[in-house]
Design a protein around this ligand. Structure first.
Ligand SMILES: [Zn+2]
Ligand SMILES: [Zn+2]
Length: 331
């Protein structure tokens, strides 16, 4: 006869459960409600297995096999205690029954007092302290927490850095491709001037989209490469971001894009700053940072679709170069 004892694993104060990769032993945490769980049927073949992925090495395995050594050790101890109590309480119950069977017997009297001391079992399993680096998967929305590098979502296996960047960039492309069709709709809806304004607004917004996508990509990659303490805004300034990556990998942005391309990127970064903070109007600071001879103070900058596409192409080239450093083994 087999019997099953189930033990629930304890969660940290944020509701995360500790996990360890069965292949590389990498430890991480996942919000317990996000962790994929196998469905248990009545029969072994009625079981539907769920799978999980290691954020570090990408290993895929049935989600039931990701316990930390501490969880396994504590769970074994709890299981032994529970089993002991079950067996002893069974013995107690049978002896009580046996003694009662004599209750109507006038010749034999038997009394049994349960002697087994019911001890309290500590059913808490150990867990590590909550981690500070929390990531939400852009594909499946799972929350997980790691220390240092993490390349894959433990729940859906997506290569998170690459995937979120690639999908954001492709959405920007789609938005640019849709402009002529949108222009027609706007014209029909509100006339030529209205359409021109709306399209200008969309083109300007796509500059901001490219730059903010790059910023979050760069920050995430910087952390995945082992960097600490950087802020998203550090990657708004090309020289600062470049220096941060250089300190980690020995390679500055100029390794991946030409000086002219960097100059153009800087120009577009500064224009985005104007659009967001000065309604697109040229100020002395802009001229100082760009040496843009095409504008005077007080004029409004013009962003063309070609500029946006060019910025996107350069940003992609730079990002691919930075990304290639993930494959370089650390010294
Ligand atoms: Zn692993
Ligand atoms: Zn995911």
């Amino acid at each position: 006869m087999t019997s099953t004892i189930s033990i629930s694993l304890s969660l940290d104060e944020k509701g995360f459960i500790d996990r360890a990769c069965p292949r590389c032993s990498y430890r991480f945490k996942v919000k317990n409600s996000c962790w994929p769980k196998s469905k248990i049927g009545g029969l072994p073949w009625a079981r539907t297995f769920a799978y999980a992925f290691c954020p570090m090495c990408g290993h895929k395995a049935v989600s039931d096999n990701w316990h930390t050594p501490e969880q396994i050790k504590a769970a074994k101890k709890i299981a032994v205690e529970k089993a002991k109590q079950q067996v002893l309480s069974q013995i107690d119950k049978s002896l009580v029954r046996f003694s009662r069977s004599f209750s109507h017997n006038p010749f034999v009297k038997m009394e049994y007092k349960p002697s087994f001391p019911y001890r309290h079992i500590n059913t808490r399993t150990p867990f590590d302290q909550a981690l500070e680096r929390n990531i939400v998967c852009s594909k499946c929305n799972a929350s997980y927490a790691v220390v240092g590098s993490a390349f894959f979502c433990p729940v859906c296996g997506e290569n998170t850095v690459v995937a979120s960047f690639a999908s954001a960039m492709s959405n920007i492309n789609k938005a640019l491709d849709a402009l002529p069709a949108e222009k027609k709709v706007f014209e029909e809806f509100g006339g030529v001037d209205f359409a021109r304004d709306q399209i200008r607004h969309l083109i300007e917004r796509s500059v901001g989209d490219i730059i903010s996508t790059f910023q979050s990509f760069a920050l995430r990659l910087y952390e995945d490469l082992g960097g600490h303490g950087a802020k998203p805004n550090d990657f708004q300034i090309l020289a600062k971001g470049s220096a941060l990556f250089e300190s980690l990998t020995g390679k500055a942005y100029s390794e991946w894009v030409t000086t002219d391309q960097l100059k153009f990127m800087n120009l577009m970064f500064q224009r985005r700053h104007l659009l967001e903070h000065n309604n697109g109007l040229v100020d002395p600071r802009y001229l100082d940072k760009t040496n843009d001879l095409g504008y005077k103070i007080g004029e409004r900058i013009v962003v063309r679709v070609d500029d946006v596409r060019k910025l996107q192409a350069i940003t992609l080239a730079l990002s691919n170069g930075l990304l290639s450093q993930l494959q370089v083994p650390k010294p």
